[in-house]
Write a protein that binds this ligand. Structure first.
Ligand code: GLU
Length: 397
C-alpha cells in the first residue's frame, strides 16, 4: 500500500521500541536488564489509584468536555499558582492524553508548512518527528557537555531565521538531566521575545530535581515571556502515572482554544477516569512523590558512580529527570567479541545481545557519541546491569 509521505518519513519512537524489544526478549525467557524507557517503576500511589477506582464505581465513565474536566483544570491552575507562581484561567488549559499529546496539539495549532522549530540537542526523541509530522522543519542546534548541555544565547541567535516559529525548551532535560537556571532562561528569552518566537516549555520532569537545584518555569520570567510560552506538563513522571495518560498545556488563550478545537476532532476528551485520578494527584498529599524522588536520588548516585567506573564510559551528574547520558565514544572503533563497535546503535545492539542490557542509543536524541541510561529502575537492576556492562567491556581490545 502506498503510504502518505509523512508516514514514510518516520519510524517507531526509539525509546518505546527499545523498551518493547527488551520486554519481548524477557518474555522469551532472556534475563534482560532494561535501562530504556523513562517510566517510574513504582506503582501509582494508593490515594490516586483509589480516585480512579471510585470514578469507575460511581459510573464516571462518560464524555467530559473535550479539553478536560473543569475541576481538573482548576487543580492544574492551582498547581501552577502554588508551584510556579503563574496565573492561568481554566480556559487557558487543555488536558490531553499525556504531555506527548499536548505537544502534538501545540504543533498542530502553530506550525505551517515549512515553519522552522528550533530543537536544542540532545533532545527528546519525539520532538523532531512531531515537527516533521506537522509539516515543520526541525532546526537542531547542538549544545556542549562543557556548557552542561545547555543552549547558549549566541548559538540560539545564530539559528534564528525569518521562518523560525517556535523553540523547544525542555528543563529538566531528557536525556541529559540539564536544568536551566533563571538567568540562563532570561538570556535566551532576551533573544526570543523581540523575534516573537513561541516557546514550547516542556517541564514534565519539573519535580525530579536533585541537590537542592531550583526549577524556574519559563513562563514565570515575566508577562512578555508568558505571552509567548506554552507550558507543557503532566502527571506521568511525578506520580508514577505513565499508563493513565494525562498531560496538559497552559497557553495564551487563542492558542489554547485552537488546541482544544483540534483535540475535540481528533480524540475528544482524555480518559474520564484518569482525569479524576489526576485531580487526586494534584490536590492530594505530595509525600508519595517526594518518597519516589528520594529513591531516584539514591539511584542517580549509584548509576553515575557505576558508569564512571566502567572503562570507556563517562558521564556528568544530571541535575534533574531520571536519565544519565553517558559518553561512549571512546569505545567506537574497538572490537569486542569479534564485533566492531562503530556508533551508539552498534554499541546498544552489542550490549543488548551480549550483556543483556537494554539502552537507548544517543543518536535517537541527536548525539551519536552518547547512550542513554534510565535509572527509573530498581537499585538491584542498576547494580546488575552495570556489572554486566563492565564484564563485557573489559574484553575490549
Ligand atoms: N519520555 C519517556 C522516555 O523518553 C517515555 C517514552 C517516550 O515517550 O519517549 O523514555
Amino acid at each position: 500500500m502506498k503510504l502518505a509521505r509523512r508516514a514514510q518519513g518516520i519510524g517507531a519512537s526509539p525509546t518505546l521500541a527499545m523498551n518493547a524489544r527488551a520486554k519481548e526478549m524477557k518474555k522469551q525467557g532472556i534475563d534482560i536488564i532494561s535501562f530504556t524507557v523513562g517510566e517510574p517503576d513504582f506503582n501509582t500511589p494508593d490515594h490516586i489509584a483509589a480516585a480512579g477506582i471510585s470514578a469507575i464505581e460511581k459510573g464516571f465513565t462518560r464524555y467530559t468536555p473535550a479539553a478536560g474536566l473543569p475541576e481538573l483544570k482548576e487543580a492544574i491552575c492551582a498547581k501552577l499558582k502554588r508551584d510556579n507562581g503563574l496565573e492561568y484561567q481554566a480556559a487557558d488549559v487543555v488536558v490531553s492524553n499525556g504531555a506527548k499529546h499536548s505537544i502534538y496539539n501545540v504543533l498542530q495549532a502553530l506550525i505551517d508548512e515549512g515553519d522552522e522549530v528550533i530543537v536544542p540537542a540532545p533532545y527528546w526523541v519525539s520532538y523532531t518527528e512531531m515537527i516533521k509530522l506537522n509539516g515543520g522543519t526541525p532546526v537542531v542546534v547542538a549544545t556542549r557537555a562543557e556548557n552542561g548541555f545547555k543552549l547558549t544565547p549566541e548559538a540560539l541567535a545564530e539559528s534564528l531565521t525569518p521562518r523560525t516559529r517556535a523553540i523547544f525548551l525542555n528543563t529538566p532535560n531528557n536525556p541529559t538531566g540539564a536544568v536551566y537556571s533563571r538567568r540562563e532562561l532570561e538570556q535566551l528569552a532576551e533573544v526570543l521575545v523581540p523575534r516573537g518566537v513561541v516557546i514550547i516549555a516542556d517541564e514534565v520532569y519539573e519535580k525530579l530535581l536533585y541537590d537542592g537545584i531550583v526549577m524556574t518555569s519559563v513562563a514565570s520570567l515575566g508577562p512578555e515571556v508568558k505571552a509567548l510560552t506554552v507550558l507543557i506538563n503532566g502527571v506521568s513522571k511525578t506520580y508514577a502515572m505513565t499508563g493513565w495518560r494525562i498531560g496538559y498545556a497552559a497557553a495564551p488563550r487563542e492558542l489554547a482554544q485552537a488546541m482544544a478545537n483540534i483535540q475535540s476532532h481528533a480524540t475528544s476528551n482524555p480518559n474520564s477516569i484518569a482525569q479524576q485520578a489526576a485531580i487526586a494527584a494534584l490536590n492530594g498529599p505530595q509525600e508519595p512523590a517526594q518518597q519516589m524522588l528520594a529513591e531516584f536520588a539514591k539511584r542517580r548516585a549509584r548509576m553515575v558512580e557505576g558508569i564512571n567506573a566502567i572503562p570507556g564510559l563517562s558521564c556528568r551528574k544530571p541535575e534533574g529527570a531520571f536519565y544519565v547520558f553517558a559518553d561512549t565514544s571512546d569505545l567506537y572503533g574497538q572490537t569486542i567479541r569479534g564485533q566492531k563497535i562503530t556508533d551508539s546503535i552498534s554499541l546498544a545492539e552489542f550490549l543488548l545481545t551480549e550483556a543483556h542490557v537494554a539502552l537507548v542509543p544517543g543518536v535517537a536524541f541527536g548525539d551519536d557519541r552518547f547512550v542513554r541510561f534510565s535509572y527509573a529502575t530498581s537499585m538491584e537492576n542498576i547494580d546488575k546491569g552495570l556489572q554486566r556492562i563492565k564484564d563485557v567491556l573489559t574484553e575490549v581490545r
